[in-house]
Write a protein that binds this ligand. Structure first.
Ligand SMILES: [Zn+2]
Length: 192
């Protein structure tokens, strides 16, 4: 998260406190939220206000805990947006599986999953696409898997010795084999 503090763009403390106390109109509140996601100072100021209020009130009241929960959800969303903005996802698969990872918004949304030892890549059908090209490479561009398919889901078999970081991407091709949409590159760390 950006920890730069630019006083010119920070809402004043009264506004932050009003926000934390739920006293701002929706549009104003949204503007504050957009800002404090990226601003440690404002984030802490809002958190502090919520905590002070909770201690004045004794046990946190419904309003406070609702606000806090909403804030934490927002923070999680902000983190996701921040990662998506990089166009690259990092995912370390846990020992278990069935985990699905999705690429960023706006592009063809690629999902990579691992279920019972089998990798699958999936994406929504793109209007006008006649085929899809899924590619998995090493960071230095060596191909680990490449398949053109008419489906929007592919089972992926990686070479046995695959370990470490792999890059996954899919593109939708039209009848002239021109790319009409492409996914973000997803970075997936594969356990040996
Ligand atoms: Zn700020």
């Amino acid at each position: 998260m950006d920890d730069k503090h630019d006083a010119r763009t920070c809402p004043d403390d009264d506004t932050l406190r009003s926000y934390a106390l739920g006293k701002l109109a929706d549009r104003q509140a949204e503007a504050v939220e957009e800002h404090y996601f990226g601003c440690d100072r404002c984030w802490h100021e809002i958190e502090r206000t919520v905590e002070v209020r909770a201690s004045f009130d004794g046990a946190p009241r419904a309003g406070t805990s609702t606000m806090r929960r909403r804030t934490l959800q927002r923070l999680a969303m902000a983190a996701i947006v921040a990662i998506a903005a990089l166009g690259l996802w990092l995912w370390i698969p846990p020992a278990g599986d069935g985990v699905i990872l999705r690429g960023g918004e706006g592009a063809l949304e690629l999902s990579v999953g691992l279920t019972e030892g089998t990798w699958t890549a999936e994406w929504p059908a793109v209007p006008g696409a006649t085929s899809y090209l899924l590619e998995v490479t090493t960071p230095d561009g060596r191909s680990l898997f490449s398949q053109e398919t008419l489906q929007s889901k592919v089972e992926v078999t990686l070479p046995e010795d695959t370990a470490g970081v792999t890059y996954w991407k899919v593109q939708a091709l039209d009848a002239m084999r021109q790319t009409i949409e492409r996914s973000e590159t997803i970075e997936v760390s594969v356990d040996p």
